[in-house]
Design a protein around this ligand. Structure first.
Ligand code: PHE
Length: 341
């Protein structure tokens, strides 16, 4: 029987080696190791072998079985590898072709700048409040101390939507909404789109403003200055200084235009500086103490409360922060421009 096992095993190993496909390998397995395969056939004779010999024969049979299975596993792996190679070769994908480019979206610089401004003032306790873009003539002008024939109306070339309704020319209209709908103290920030009939490299018929308003007992001009200084430093860097120049806005008294020191040339203004044009200062917003007339319209007692307001153009700030040379780039939707942010 040992000879029979030897012959069977040797032959099986040769057949395994000779197999050329997974199918023929399976045939070999069935014919040798299957239920009715060669090995079972040989072992049928075990009954006629003396009991003392049986363990030895069993061990030899097991050893052959192990060897054959091992050889089959190796062969199977190599046949599978060859089959995969064959499949890859037959599919011939050209991996050198350029891939299809997909544009990823990102936030517009106006959005990120507005959020940044709101975040800084948020830390000072200012809540965001919004209002409609189609606004009444009353809230956009009248209520903020710009009566019908007031020359200040000329400063803001207005789009009229219908009798008594305009596209708001500034977010100061939201100031008035806040005063009329809330009890003091009021500390709000109003971001949003505004409209003026004007268009060139520095003006767009639609642009964005952020207006701030703080009304409480004892709010002073020095509070305004402190708040704006904090804001300027957070936005433009810790060395930034601000200066207030007297100016006129109908809804504040006194009013000021506010400049920040040029973050490009710092303390020593350079003639050739393209950011501040050699002046060392950048105008960024208008501000002032809320005019008592507004309190009267809102039903507050101007002897009881005071407040300050300020307003800035978001595009201007974004252009300064990102060194954007032309306002029009902001609205063209050109992905080559937008992709840089
Ligand atoms: N509303 C003014 C403008 O659009 C800005 C401003 C707001 C000025 C508040 C002073 C106070 O130009």
């Amino acid at each position: 029987m040992l000879d029979q096992l030897e012959a069977l095993g040797g032959k099986a190993l040769n057949e395994v080696q000779a197999a050329t496909s997974l199918d023929s390998l399976e045939q070999v397995r069935i014919s040798v190791l299957g239920k009715k395969g060669g090995l079972s056939e040989v072992l049928k004779g075990l009954g006629s072998v003396p009991a003392t010999e049986r363990p030895k024969i069993g061990a030899v049979a097991n050893e052959w079985k192990r060897k054959i299975e091992e050889a089959m596993a190796l062969k199977k792996a190599s046949l599978e590898g060859a089959a995969l190679d064959q499949e890859i070769r037959s599919q011939r994908i050209d991996i050198t072709l350029p891939s299809r480019f997909s544009h990823r979206g990102a936030l517009h610089p106006i959005t990120t700048t507005t959020r940044k401004i709101a975040e800084v003032f948020g830390r000072l306790g200012f809540d965001v409040m919004t209002g409609p873009e189609a606004e009444t003539d009353f809230l956009n002008f009248e209520a903020v101390n710009i009566p019908k024939d007031h020359p200040a109306r000329d400063m803001q070339d207005t789009f009229f939507l219908g009798p008594g309704v305009v596209l708001r020319t500034h977010t100061s209209a939201v100031q008035m909404r806040a005063l009329r709908s809330r009890e003091w103290p009021v500390r709000i920030l109003c971001p949003g789109a505004v409209y003026r009939c004007d268009q060139d490299a520095t003006h767009s018929p639609m642009f964005h403003q952020v207006e701030g308003l703080w009304v409480d007992r004892h709010v002073k001009m020095s509070d305004l200055k402190g708040v704006l200084e904090f804001f300027a430093r957070e936005l433009f860097g810790a060395e930034t200084r601000i200066r207030l120049r007297p100016s006129y806005f109908p809804f504040v008294e006194p009013g000021a235009e506010v400049d920040v020191s040029c973050f490009q040339c710092g303390t020593s203004p350079k003639h050739e500086c393209r950011v501040c044009k050699g002046t060392g200062w950048l105008e960024i917003l208008g501000a002032g103490m809320v005019h008592p007339k507004l309190f009267e319209v809102a039903g507050y007692d101007p002897r009881e409360v005071t407040g300050f307001a300020f307003g800035m153009g978001v595009e201007r700030i974004a252009m300064l922060l990102h060194r954007i040379p032309d306002l029009r780039l902001m609205f063209q939707g050109d992905v080559r421009f937008l992709g840089q942010f």
